[in-house]
Design a protein around this ligand. Structure first.
Ligand SMILES: Cc1cc2nc3c(=O)[nH]c(=O)nc-3n(C[C@H](O)[C@H](O)[C@H](O)COP(=O)(O)OP(=O)(O)OC[C@H]3O[C@@H](n4cnc5c(N)ncnc54)[C@H](O)[C@@H]3O)c2cc1C
Length: 328
């Protein structure tokens, strides 16, 4: 049995108190929301904070509001709260679908949207217990020097695998971050670096407090996830797509690929190609072919990376058809 290492636990009740504790404890401290990613990682000694700052008692982080202009989702709102929220289901069906595909119901009762956005990057050589990793002399992401996926690589190639992220980026969601210097709002897309170790562009002491999504009349969206087990599994390829059409032609398209790099990948060429065209099968096939260009899956997840690359075309085409058929 894998046991948690010893750590000190704080349970602040306000954002300010959480930030103060983080400032006092420094880089040895980590925030925890549902703990469904952090605690298993601590058991495997992948993440080793000496201090854990629990967010479940910070009431401001647990608020969920859906109004005429959009949604404001506290970072510690649980995934199951979102998936069973009537107005969220109506306003953001693709996001709710993506959330329903995350792990299992008991884990979604604990796991939060904020924790999902900030999920650690994943890799076959990293998501193993301590002894397994020790047997290969560890890897660059934790305790070692080499990337076993591509030994010549100067950077870690672990992948971004959070299900909610491609759709949130397709919906132009924004993240609110609170830090010692105050609060700032950034596009969710700007939260990520294409680096398996330094995968977050936020400051380590910044607390994610809220996710904001505008309601954009006329926009339709969809999510598609490739995984081995339908019951539960991390994605090995995922697609978030959103569309807007006017007079039969596409006026806005956003296509975001997940699990093909250390950061989510925008298929900008495919998005640009669709503008001004009717969304017929020819346009879908061409856009899907263009979207598979920037997808560079590595050999560090389930299934062959060549097949995951090949599947990008099919999954993007599927996501575009689903977005076209979705209710606005
Ligand atoms: C068996 C299993 C299957 C899973 N399957 C999937 C899957 O299919 N898809 C998927 O996307 N995920 C999956 N997960 C991962 C996880 O359950 C979800 O990503 C969940 O949403 C994480 O949320 P959490 O609140 O539990 O995160 P936590 O574990 O609490 O935190 C995750 C990370 O975010 C940081 N953090 C959390 N909240 C904040 C905040 N407000 N501000 C700053 N930092 C913060 C923590 O320090 C930590 O580094 C799976 C996990 C398990 C154990």
């Amino acid at each position: 049995m894998m046991r948690l290492p010893k750590f000190r636990y704080f349970a602040p009740t306000t954002v300010r108190e959480a930030l103060r504790i983080r400032a006092g404890e420094g880089p040895d401290a980590a925030y925890v929301a549902g703990g469904t990613d952090l605690y298993p990682n601590m058991k495997r000694r992948q993440q080793t904070p000496k201090v854990v700052i629990g967010l479940s008692r910070v009431r401001a982080l647990g608020r969920l509001r859906v109004g005429e202009s959009g949604a404001s989702i506290g970072a510690a709102v649980t995934l199951s709260t979102i998936e069973t929220h009537r107005r969220m289901r109506r306003a953001y069906p693709a996001l709710v679908h993506a959330i329903e595909e995350i792990s299992t119901p008991p884990l979604r009762n604990m796991g939060t949207l904020g924790g999902n956005l900030l999920l650690d990057t994943r890799c076959n050589y990293y998501d193993q217990n301590y002894e397994w990793r020790q047997a290969i002399d560890f890897c660059m992401k934790k305790d070692g020097a080499i990337c076993w996926v591509a030994p010549g690589s100067p950077k870690c190639l672990a992948i971004q695998s959070a299900d909610s992220v491609p759709v949130l980026i397709a919906l132009e969601a924004r993240a609110v971050l609170a830090g010692p210097a105050g609060e700032r709002e950034v596009p969710v897309e700007a939260l990520y670096n294409n680096d398996g170790i330094h995968y977050l562009a936020k400051e380590p002491d910044e607390l994610l407090t809220e996710i904001r999504i505008s309601l954009s009349p006329g926009r339709t969206s969809a999510y598609r996830k490739l995984r081995r087990r339908g019951s539960f599994d991390f994605p090995v390829l995922s697609v978030g797509a959103s569309l807007r059409r006017d007079g039969g032609v596409v006026t806005e398209a956003r296509i975001v690929l997940g699990a093909v790099a250390s950061a989510p990948v925008r298929a900008a060429g495919a998005e640009g190609f669709l503008l001004g065209r009717p969304l017929d099968e020819t346009a879908i096939a061409e856009a899907a072919a263009l979207a598979s260009g920037p997808a560079r899956p590595m050999d560090n997840a389930d299934f062959s990376f060549l097949w995951r690359k090949e599947m990008t075309r099919k999954w993007v085409a599927d996501a575009l058809r689903a977005a076209a058929e979705a209710a606005a």
